[in-house]
Design a protein around this ligand. Structure first.
Ligand code: IPE
Length: 263
């Protein structure tokens, strides 16, 4: 039995540029795969991103950089509103899971985590100790921070690092991406970009980070996170989330189209 830790990128489950737009078809396909993995007796743990349920308002009110005296009242409202939006997105994912007979349990980080980055403060044991037939699910969120910051953005990628490192027995850690088949030799917009099938941190990357919408680290944070996880988890992959059947192929054959992250 494998234990698969999977992140649904925010760009995969939402339309990133359009405020609070879920991609129901993408979520349905993901639920089918999770259901199949559970049927095969694998344990699945899910982290999801924010996409247009988090990044746009966070960007507008500069939430990632913490409290700013001149706009603090608007920021406080935005923090409440983004947390509500994230719960709404999480509910969409959970509803789809439940339509596919997957029992899941949500762990909203604003309830149990504080501080940002992979060293965030928070007890992972409720996620670790969730019962075998339950899929624990958590997500990138706005969390409390100590003064003067007061709040910040905890990325799903940082949750992946901590869960991957600290919950024993995880065999696969998979980042499902919304707009690419894996790590490319050039940004996805470049027609000459080709898929890099295996990557270790000695290899240089030419990525791009869309700061117009993205308040967390984009592909660079993801690579750094994946590289840290690959020290402890044997199979770390970037896979095209629009083709989630590749996850099943990976589990059954040991390989698939995507980028394997190695030490
Ligand atoms: C960001 O989480 C959380 C918020 C902006 C509230 P992620 O960094 O995991 O989200 P995506 O995958 O980039 O959308």
């Amino acid at each position: 039995m494998a234990h698969i830790l999977m992140k649904f990128g925010g760009g995969l489950i939402t339309t990133k540029s359009q405020m609070k737009t879920v991609d129901r078809d993408a979520i349905t396909k993901l639920s089918q795969i999770v259901s199949e993995l559970s049927r095969l007796d694998h344990k699945v743990t899910i982290v999801h991103g924010a996409g247009s349920f988090g990044h746009l308002k966070a960007k507008q009110w500069n939430i990632a950089n913490g409290a700013q005296e001149d706009i603090i009242e608007q920021q406080k409202e935005a923090v409440i509103s983004i947390r509500e939006d994230m719960l709404e997105l999480n509910t969409e994912v959970c509803k789809s899971f439940s339509n596919h007979n997957i029992e899941c349990q949500s762990f909203p980080p604003s309830d149990w985590a504080s501080e940002v980055g992979a060293d965030f403060v928070g007890d992972l044991s409720p996620i670790e100790n969730s019962s075998e037939d339950v899929v624990p699910i958590t997500f990138g969120d706005v969390v409390d921070c100590s003064p003067p910051k007061l709040f910040g953005i905890l990325s799903g990628d940082d949750l992946m690092v901590r869960i991957g490192k600290e919950i024993p027995g995880i065999t696969h850690c998979i980042f499902l991406l919304g707009d690419t088949e894996g790590l490319l030799s050039a940004p996805p917009s470049n027609p000459n970009a080709s898929l890099i099938p295996m990557w270790s941190k000695e290899q240089e990357v030419s990525g791009e980070h869309d700061t117009s919408q993205d308040v967390t680290g984009g592909i660079f944070l993801k690579l750094e996170s994946a590289s840290i996880i690959s020290k402890v988890v044997p199979n770390v992959w970037f896979i095209d989330g629009r083709k989630p059947e590749r996850v099943l192929e990976l589990l059954t054959t040991g390989t698939t189209r995507g980028t394997q992250i190695v030490q």
